[in-house]
Design a binder for this molecule. Structure first.
Ligand SMILES: *Cc1c(COP(=O)(O)O)cnc(C)c1O
Length: 219
């Protein structure tokens, strides 16, 4: 199947309220252009340099999401154009995004990444840190970031029950913070291997790469 066909198939299968982020990391600009021609406008990348290059070269109505681990010293390169930063995993990073947002005269939409997986290699806030950080933003301490919701990655496993439990936990945290915060309306969970479970558990945004573009070359 072509990129266009896969994209149409996935788009039609998703509930209408679920936003599809087409994860185009390692994929060429012509592959992205094909998805764009098929109507896709939201793309996700996980490397700053690659994101900047693609933003420069591709149509300006694309909404670029930064989905990977973001280093503080690289925020400045994307602060002027990025539509959503999914992987905000520390208060220090959020403060840097706020600072760069101020310099750009922008309020930068962000998701806080929550550590839900068993793997210790994955990044993110725990529940106590989330509470503290969201309270700071509520108090207006970081006026150039907008908290739009939460993001999480489940353990890389074949155990569907484990994945389901992790997404269920993330959804319960999301519900807690979503309540009473109008703009806090996004729950980014689900990748090619687990997005059916994520949607069943209440995801509002899925990040799909290989199921649209085919498998990536290992880097
Ligand atoms: C690569 C990546 C994805 C997409 O992975 P697929 O398995 O190809 O769908 C989603 N989220 C993050 C954070 C990623 O790095």
């Amino acid at each position: 199947m072509s990129i266009t066909q896969k994209l149409h198939q996935i788009t039609e299968s998703l509930p209408p309220e679920v936003v599809l982020v087409a994860v185009s990391k390692t994929k060429s600009e012509s592959e992205i252009a094909e998805a764009y021609a098929a109507g896709q406008r939201v793309f996700g990348e996980n490397k700053v340099q690659e994101l900047v290059r693609k933003w420069e070269n591709l149509p300006k109505d694309i909404q670029w999401h930064m989905i990977g681990h973001l280093q503080r010293n690289k925020v400045k390169y994307i602060a002027g154009f990025v539509s959503l930063i999914h992987g905000v995993d520390s208060l220090r990073l959020l403060k840097e995004i706020d600072k760069r947002g101020a310099q750009q005269g922008r309020v930068i939409p962000c998701l806080l990444q929550v550590h839900i997986a068993r793997e210790t290699t994955k990044f993110g806030f725990d529940e106590a840190e989330l509470t503290e950080t969201i309270a700071m933003v509520d108090q207006g301490q970081l006026p150039h970031v907008q908290l739009r919701g939460l993001m999480g990655m489940a353990t890389f496993t074949d155990d569907a029950a484990q994945i389901r439990a992790e997404f269920h936990y993330l959804k319960s945290l999301y519900d807690t913070f979503h309540s009473g915060r109008e703009a806090f309306d996004t729950l980014s969970m689900g990748m090619s291997g687990d997005y059916h479970i994520a949607i069943e558990q209440g995801s509002t945004m899925v990040r799909l790469g290989s199921s649209i573009f085919g498998s990536r070359n290992m880097t």
